[in-house]
Design a protein around this ligand. Structure first.
Ligand code: ZN
Length: 527
């Protein structure tokens, strides 16, 4: 309203001049965000504990400056004035997309009052802090009022985008733009129908022996091995690096500085390794975005779900495949010759793909992982809808784990307190992105295989250039230029579908467990 009544200061300037100013403003906002990322990265890696209080202030100041600039009236006037010009440009041109995306981002950000943003981040930080103590103490009662506040904040956030078809819609749109409660629910329901019988069939088989993964594995050797693989994948270490932190993450300071971290357990062989491969997938996506899009809101991954597809593709589809280990196991064996002398590649491959119904999402295998997500999505929906009271969450959690996974957490620490998301970031929308990522990882890989059927043989030879090149060309380059659904369509030739993912799982686990899983459950019953 305020924007429309202001005089049109941009009237005398050419669209090209205004576009130049827009790019300058966006670069400053990206630089502020990059500076905030440096502060955060340092805090998670090397900062001495004494630096915490000042660092929290520094981070808050820089983040606030970035947010103020992203929602400033001047930026709003600029994108409004540029909108008609954007419509005269070719629809898929960088400039047309930049104007459209920045305008959409601006309009969304402008709907949320600054005082809400400040309150939500203060409550989120305090709630997170309480969770870091409540989880080890197994004390859900200490989190009850915090969780209630997080539910209320999420509901309030959604209210700024009313009317909506479902209260989760605005929350889902923030992480996976264009998706809705209805589309996510349909995707997860279809997946659940396919996964439940598959998990049941595999879990009737004897558990894989994972003895070879436990022992004494020098941390430096673990990291050196992981890093050598990421280099072979195509992670550019002139524009990236690997450090250690309590929780692994990928962060971006600029287009030419995309870093990853890992954490290490000296007694577990692959705990660190798969986190390195996972974060390298995120980093390669960011490194692969076209330089022309850098320093703008288009210069990043298309959505959280599409981003997760790349971490999962490199970690799981490639990194947990037999082809991959057929090549890399001898090298792993030579690095840990004493520990792995009598282990065969087949034994190792079965160990890293062990399927088991367990309590902890982050340690779940590829088959059961999505069942953990579906439980969380349904519970958080009920919390947001007001159908489930916060005080009843622990019991509802236990009931759902028993019915869907056949295991019951003995306490809340490994039950409804296990994930930070609800307690630190808010309730709703965070979990489905992981499953969207899993589904898309197989879909993109299948599309790459159609273009280059010999990719598995190349992986077997330790060559990843063709796969990485295909992903760069068809997915990474376009960054956030297009809506996620269009990005998926352009890269894979079809809308998001669980078909390639289920085919991937059936083939892999059918072979691993020598089960006839290669067709859908209904067809198998007929056969
Ligand atoms: Zn990830």
């Amino acid at each position: 309203m305020a924007r429309a009544s202001l005089p049109v200061r941009n009237a005398k300037r050419s669209p090209e001049q205004m576009l130049k100013e827009l790019r300058q403003r966006l670069r400053e906002i990206r630089d502020l965000s990059g500076a905030a990322a440096v502060l955060n990265w340092d805090q998670s890696t090397y900062m001495p504990p004494g630096g915490a209080a000042a660092r929290a202030r520094q981070y808050a100041v820089v983040s606030k400056l970035a947010h103020e600039r992203m929602t400033s009236a001047a930026l709003g006037r600029l994108v409004d004035a540029l909108a008609p010009y954007g419509e005269t440009l070719p629809a898929d041109s960088d400039d047309a997309r930049l104007i459209a995306v920045v305008r959409r981002d601006f309009e969304k950000a402008a709907k949320v009052p600054a005082r809400y943003v400040a309150r939500a981040s203060a409550i989120g930080a305090a709630s997170y802090d309480a969770w870091t103590r409540a989880r080890p103490a197994n004390d859900f009662s200490a989190m009850q009022s915090w969780l209630q506040q997080m539910v209320d904040l999420s509901r309030e956030y959604a209210s700024y985008f009313a009317p909506y078809a479902h209260i989760s819609d605005p929350l889902i749109d923030d992480t996976d733009e264009g998706m809705t409660y209805a589309s996510v629910r349909a995707l997860l329901a279809a997946l659940r129908t396919e996964l439940v019988p598959l998990v049941r069939a595999v879990c009737e088989e004897p558990l894989a022996d994972t003895t070879c993964l436990h022992g004494d594995f020098a941390p430096d050797s673990q990291v050196a091995f992981g890093l050598s693989i990421t280099r072979a994948f195509g992670y550019d270490l002139n524009r990236g690096r690997l450090d250690r932190s309590p929780h692994p993450f990928c962060t971006k300071f600029s287009a030419d500085d995309v870093r990853i971290t890992t954490r290490i357990r000296p007694d577990e062989l692959t705990y660190s390794l798969f986190s390195i491969l996972h974060e390298a997938g995120h980093a390669m996506y960011e490194q692969g975005v076209a330089q022309e899009l850098a320093d703008t809101p288009l210069g990043q991954g298309a959505s959280i779900g599409v981003h997760e597809s790349q971490s999962r593709l490199w970690e799981n589809v490639v990194g947990r495949s037999f082809h991959f280990w057929d090549h890399y196991f001898p090298e792993l064996q030579s690095r840990f010759s004493r520990q792995l002398a009598s282990t065969s590649v087949e034994t190792f491959y079965r160990a890293i793909n062990k399927v088991e119904r367990t309590l902890i999402r982050t340690e779940a295998d590829e088959l059961t992982y999505n069942l953990h997500i579906i439980i969380r999505f349904e519970l958080e929906t009920e919390l947001l809808e007001g159908k489930l009271a916060v005080k009843d969450l622990p019991e509802a959690w236990r009931a759902r784990y028993e019915s869907d996974l056949g295991v019951v957490p003995p306490d809340d620490r490994d039950g409804c307190l296990q994930d930070v998301h609800w307690y630190g970031n808010g309730v709703g929308a965070a979990f489905p992105s992981y499953t969207i990522g899993n589904v898309l990882s197989a879909q993109f890989y299948a599309a790459a295989l159609r273009a280059h059927p010999d990719i598995p043989q190349q992986i077997r030879a330790g060559e990843f250039g063709v796969l990485h090149g295909w992903l760069r060309e068809n997915l990474y380059r376009s960054g956030r230029k297009f809506m996620p659904a269009k990005t998926v369509q352009r890269a894979s030739g079809e809308p998001i579908s669980i078909k390639p993912y289920m085919e991937y799982l059936r083939k892999k686990y059918g072979e691993l467990y020598r089960l006839p899983l290669s067709s859908a459950p209904a067809e198998r019953t007929r056969a």
